[in-house]
Ligand binder design. Structure first.
Ligand code: FES
Length: 186
């Protein structure tokens, strides 16, 4: 008559034998490993080392991805918006303005021809709190009526009142008698 411990050991040995026969258990593995699946300190060390290596690899991949995304964002933000025809070149006289929307229908923009004939285009949104600005050629300025903000018409720089940042500039080009918006400088 065998004891319960002996019976359990015999059953485990039989199970291990069956599994070896089926190829599920390596020949070199002792059958007790199935009953006591403990790992040695060395195995845990290897697992930790592999995990650390995995973490380092993942961090490096993340860093490379972040740098790539930043470079892409820079390229994107350098000039935003699709080319769009604004108006005919001869429709805007010196010291006058032409209002249009750019880069989307919801973005009011301002095309001005300076007294010397040069063209400039800016977002019409004041950089203080977003009111709409206007060209005032008689005062040689772009003016925001909300808090009396003043901008320089040839550069868009803030020169008076609360605004501190220049107006957003729109690149323009005259081609075949048409004035085109080429992109917003950010
Ligand atoms: S919103 Fe233009 S000056 Fe305040």
């Amino acid at each position: 008559m065998s004891t319960p411990e002996e019976r359990r050991a015999a059953e485990a040995a039989n199970r291990a034998k069956e599994r070896r026969r089926e190829g599920l258990y390596a020949e070199s593995e002792p059958f007790w490993k199935e009953e006591f699946p403990l790992t040695s300190a060395g195995e845990e060390y290897v697992q930790r080392r592999e995990f650390t290596r995995y973490l380092l690899g993942a961090s490096a991949a993340f860093a490379v991805g972040a740098v790539g995304a930043a470079a892409w964002a820079n390229l994107q933000s350098a000039n935003e918006g699709e080319p769009q025809a604004i108006t005919a070149d001869d429709r805007i006289a010196p010291s006058s303005e032409y209002l249009f929307n750019y880069p989307t229908d919801k973005d009011p923009a301002l095309l001005i021809r300076l007294p010397d004939g040069e063209l400039r285009a800016f977002s019409q949104k004041c950089t203080h709190l977003g009111c709409v600005v206007y060209y005032q050629p008689e005062h040689e300025r772009i003016f925001c009526p909300c808090h009396h903000g003043v901008f320089e018409p040839s550069t868009g720089d803030a020169t008076g009142g609360p605004p501190e940042r220049p107006l957003q500039k729109i690149d323009i080009e005259v081609r075949d008698g048409m004035i085109w918006a080429k992109g917003v400088q950010i």
